[in-house]
Design a binder for this molecule. Structure first.
Ligand SMILES: CC(C)(COP(=O)(O)OP(=O)(O)OC[C@H]1O[C@@H](n2cnc3c(N)ncnc32)[C@H](O)[C@@H]1OP(=O)(O)O)[C@@H](O)C(=O)NCCC(=O)NCCS
Length: 282
């Protein structure tokens, strides 16, 4: 099946609703898509210079992933004394040494339908959900989550407890995108389609969502998501968690502040030094 045929098949079975359950052709198309996702041949979102954000969402791929949940039946699996129950269409991915991905034992799981490139290091416990793309040389540190369909570039460091939100529905919604050479610090949360451009640094504890204004102290601008665009962290921006005083009403009277992430600088030699982390572990 060519990719165009696969796209048509997926869209057809997705549109068929409940009628696709039990249809062997629907399962065949889904399994083909899942294999393509795992080989990195198709992605939930991909770079596209013609698009305003530089990224295009492949809604049909997300439809195919949702189709897999519809077609899946609960099945038991176990490992040692542990037992699990999940949709049979999304078992844990099995790796061998020839895949070139290092998965350290202990509570980690990569779900079927995720692409994990060679040279990725997964420290336990961590989780990569279906439809996610994790590119070469990236570190997924302990307690990090890569949500469904999230796109993670090359040489990204997802530090301990970094949470990268997933999005499956609506199918045309852009997933979180973390471009090449980004450092996502410990305990960061990046959600709701936020796009983090190349080389940016999120200091430990920064949280970004569609509704979070991002204060660029260097350029004197406030960056926000638009009706059609996500919150975009500019290339090489260094974002730290901050606070801003509430200027009206009870908040002002009570002396409260709201969380306010700020771009304090753009990456320089000192940042490069601060972000040279655990190279030896790779
Ligand atoms: C952002 C980071 C990389 C520092 O980058 P840097 O370029 O060296 O930053 P600088 O030290 O030049 O700081 C620039 C400004 O931001 C402030 N700043 C830096 N890090 C900050 C932080 N985490 N929170 C709040 N403010 C911070 C500094 O005080 C400085 O402001 P000032 O000039 O008014 O004092 C570092 O703070 C960080 O968060 N590293 C990630 C740590 C981590 O999560 N490790 C994971 C291990 S698993």
């Amino acid at each position: 099946m060519t990719l165009t045929q696969l796209e048509q098949e997926i869209m057809r079975h997705f549109a068929a609703g409940a009628a696709s359950s039990g249809d062997p052709a629907a399962m065949k198309a889904f399994l083909e898509l899942r294999a393509c996702l795992e080989r990195g041949e198709v992605r939930a979102a991909q770079p596209d210079h013609a698009s305003p954000t530089g990224w295009r969402v492949n809604a049909w791929v997300k439809q195919g992933i949702l189709l897999g949940f519809r077609l899946g039946a609960l099945e038991n699996s176990n490992s040692g004394a542990l037992s699990f129950v999940d949709k049979h269409t999304y078992p844990a991915r099995l790796f061998t040494a020839s895949d070139g991905v290092r998965v350290v034992p202990g509570g980690s799981s990569v779900r079927a339908g995720a692409y994990v490139a060679r040279g990725v290091v997964c420290m336990p416990p961590m989780y990569i959900n279906t439809g996610a793309w994790v590119d070469e040389g990236t570190m997924v540190d302990s307690h990090a989550l890569v949500g469904s369909c999230a796109q993670i570039g090359k040489r990204v460091h997802l530090s301990a407890a970094a949470q990268i939100g997933g999005v499956l529905e609506p199918v045309n919604a852009s997933p979180v995108i973390i471009e090449d050479d980004v450092l996502v610090g410990g305990n960061c949360g990046v959600y709701e389609g936020t796009l983090v451009r190349k080389g940016a640094v999120l200091a430990a504890g920064a949280i970004l969502t569609r509704g979070t204004p991002l204060f660029d102290l260097v350029k004197g601008e406030v960056l926000r998501a638009g009706p059609e665009t996500p919150l975009i962290v500019p290339e090489n921006a260094v974002v730290v968690p901050g606070a801003r005083a509430i200027g009206k009403g009870n908040g002002q009277e009570w002396g409260l502040s709201l969380y306010a992430p700020a771009i304090v600088k753009y990456r320089d030699d000192k940042t490069d030094l601060s972000t040279t982390l655990e190279e030896l572990l790779r």
